[in-house]
Design a protein around this ligand. Structure first.
Ligand SMILES: Nc1ncnc2c1ncn2[C@@H]1O[C@H](COP(=O)(O)OP(=O)(O)O)[C@@H](O)[C@H]1O
Ligand SMILES: [Mg+2]
Length: 248
């Protein structure tokens, strides 16, 4: 068992060494190091403006000028807070945009089926609800068969019930397809619900790195989850239970 674990531990799909990124005089990422194992589900927390999206964009290959060494798999996909669908293309065409497949509609249908959206295959993006549009964005990521799935606060704009459904969907897709996931979120409970590992970005570096060794389904009241929640909130600058001046 431990030997298998040791072998797996070396199977790293993301390797970042001394990544530095500045915008003008402001250094956002400061010689950051990070490794992500194949198939791991990692949640990335950090205060607003701490550089989470900058790091994610770098891993997605969307940042023009990072300094440092960044190794990522070729097969990767990103889902942002906004679905970013092209409005003048039907849902299924959005999914396969830029892909070369023999039967693109069938590929799109299979992915839409997995996210529960096959009935909207011919819909125009602007006719989708917020939750449906994010399902379509997830399906678009799926058809790329990513080894690394990058999610930048993908549920932040959704209502609470839709968010819970989407969290369950992401967990299901992760179990079915096994990509490494990096989920940026500002929601400590979401991180603790979904991830095996929770990291905190602060002062341009990974300041905390926790393993969440709790079986699924997880309960908010689990003492290990509660303990981790307190530690994470403290790392994020939110005080103890008697400090009720923070966010609701
Ligand atoms: N393209 C850009 N030009 C100038 N400043 C930027 C740019 N992108 C991000 N920043 C700045 O970098 C910091 C980190 O941003 P970001 O990575 O979006 O943070 P987070 O996602 O953690 O909220 C912020 O201060 C932001 O204003
Ligand atoms: Mg951000």
């Amino acid at each position: 068992m431990s030997a298998i674990h040791a072998t797996r531990a070396r199977d790293v799909v993301v390797r970042v060494n001394r990544l530095t990124r500045a915008f003008g005089p402001v250094t956002v990422l400061d010689s950051l190091d990070l490794e992500i194992e194949r198939g791991a589900f990692v949640a990335l927390l950090g205060r607003s403006g701490s550089g989470k999206s900058t790091l994610l964009r770098t891993l997605a290959g969307l940042d023009s000028a990072p300094a440092g060494v960044v190794t990522v798999p070729q097969a990767r996909a990103v889902v942002f807070q906004e679905p970013r669908l092209v409005p003048w293309k039907r849902v299924w065409r959005n999914l396969v945009l830029g892909l070369r497949r023999a039967d693109p509609r069938a590929v799109a249908l299979a992915a839409l089926d997995e996210v529960g959206l096959s009935h909207r295959i011919d819909a125009w993006p602007l006719t989708l609800s917020g939750g449906e549009a994010q399902r379509a964005a997830l399906a678009r990521a799926l058809v790329r068969e990513p080894e690394l799935l990058l999610l930048d606060e993908p549920f932040a704009a959704l209502d609470a019930l839709t968010r819970i459904r989407m969290q369950r969907l992401v967990a299901k897709l992760w179990r079915a397809h096994g990509p490494a996931v990096l989920l940026v979120t500002h929601d400590v409970d979401e991180a603790l619900q979904l991830a095996d590992r929770v990291i905190v970005l602060d002062q341009g570096r990974i300041a905390s790195d926790f393993t969440v060794d709790v079986a699924h389904p997880r309960h908010h009241a689990d003492s290990r989850i509660e303990a981790l929640r307190e530690v994470l909130l403290a790392r994020l600058g939110v005080g103890g239970a008697d400090d009720d001046t923070g966010d609701p």
